[in-house]
Design a protein around this ligand. Structure first.
Ligand code: NAD
Ligand code: ZN
Ligand code: ZN
Length: 346
């Protein structure tokens, strides 16, 4: 079968012919219907070769959807032909975090060698995807896989990031979204639907700002050296109640800390460059600011996000590519030329 693989760090991924996997006991084989390209893939592609964390070659794609093609022995929970999305943050299923659905924070995944598809395991950018356990599958029902696949990350991650801030985002407050890309454009929609807050979006080009407005931002501000003043002009002295940084580089972290108000939240979702850091401390931030850096989301939250899409309140802007053109999707992602999410359809 065809698969888009990372062969060598620092080089573009390649379309290759690989063996079609077969499901072992308890596993489920999906015929992939859609796979989303995430900026984290680009991050992984550019990690240094020395100390590269995953076995190579590795098929990319941690946003996956498919139809159940074959089940391994012992699998009775799901039947062939079911259209599903894949919850990708695989954990052990048993530890304290996993038992709460927070497999993204599994405390034993490392020692047990459990890794998500496309981030340690063979991923979804292929004709078939092997899933370790039926519990990782969320039936899509009437949702179209191409429209829904990115809800598994570009939807789930902002949802998990925003949810703990909801009690603070009451009437009269402001939420700021930095980076209106794959995750950010869904984050804006979530904030509009789940809160009465005024939503201000920041990005680096007029085109991206127009897109942010289209998906629901009330106000937009160019993410440049004047961004803090631009946002503060809108919020006044109160500042922002919650800032969601979907970039995570030093300039955006500085903007986030510069616009957050007293008792506000700074939520760092973008993984940046591994060097950038938010400056936190008594004299460097307003009183009682909370800073958190969440990773992905919980299993039950994926179900909630899919239900929001069913209710018609979430729509992922999709640029569609064939598997043969998947490498081009990654080029455009790296060049910041996408509007929303690139979805590859085998
Ligand atoms: P994307 O490329 O689709 O979107 C990034 C957006 O940020 C683009 O619109 C770009 O124009 C904008 N941007 C770039 N520099 C900016 C700046 N200085 N100021 C304002 N905007 C800027 O990426 P994505 O797939 O949405 O991922 C966003 C980030 O989140 C990446 O760092 C990714 O690795 C990370 N991520 C984290 C998690 C997690 O669990 N924490 C999950 C998925 C992705
Ligand atoms: Zn991702
Ligand atoms: Zn666990």
């Amino acid at each position: 079968m065809k698969a888009i693989q990372i062969i060598q760090p620092g080089k573009p991924p390649e379309l290759r012919e690989v063996d079609k996997p077969a499901p072992g006991p308890g596993q489920v084989l999906l015929k992939v219907t859609a796979a989303g390209a995430c900026h984290s893939d680009d991050f992984v592609l550019n990690l240094p070769e020395e100390g590269f964390p995953y076995p190579l070659p590795m098929t990319l794609g941690h946003e996956g959807a498919g139809v159940v093609a074959e089940v391994g022995t012992g699998v009775t929970e799901i039947s062939e032909g079911t259209s599903v999305a894949v919850y990708g943050a695989w954990g052990c299923g048993v530890c304290h975090f996993c038992s709460r659905g927070l497999e993204n924070y599994c405390s034993r995944a490392g020692e047990l060698g459990i890794a998500p598809p496309g981030l340690g395991n063979q991923g979804a950018m292929a004709e078939y995807l092997l899933v370790d356990d039926a519990r990782h599958l969320a039936p899509l029902g009437e949702l179209h896989p191409v429209a829904a696949v990115s809800l598994t990350d570009a939807g789930l991650t902002p949802y998990h990031a925003i949810k703990p801030s909801l009690p603070k985002l009451v009437g009269g407050t402001t939420a700021v979204v930095i980076g209106a890309g794959g995750l950010g454009h869904v984050g804006i929609q979530l904030l509009r639907h789940l809160t009465p807050s005024r939503v201000i979006a920041l990005d680096v080009s007029e085109e991206k700002l127009a897109f942010a407005r289209e998906v629901g931002a009330h106000e937009v501000v160019l993410s440049d050296a004047d961004a803090v003043a631009g946002v503060r002009k809108i919020t006044g002295n109160d500042g922002a109640t919650a800032v969601f940084d979907f970039v995570g580089l030093q300039p955006t972290l500085d903007i986030a800390m510069g616009v957050v108000g007293t008792m506000g939240d700074v939520v760092i979702v973008g993984i940046g460059d591994m060097v950038a850091a938010a400056k936190v401390g008594f004299f460097t931030q307003p009183y009682e600011v909370s800073v958190r850096a969440p990773y992905w989301g919980a299993r039950d939250e994926l179900i909630e996000v899919l239900d929001l899409a069913r209710d018609g309140v979430l729509e992922v802007a999709v640029e569609r590519f064939s598997l043969d053109d998947g490498v081009e999707a990654y080029r455009r992602l790296a060049a910041n030329e996408l509007r929303g999410r690139a979805v590859v359809v085998p």
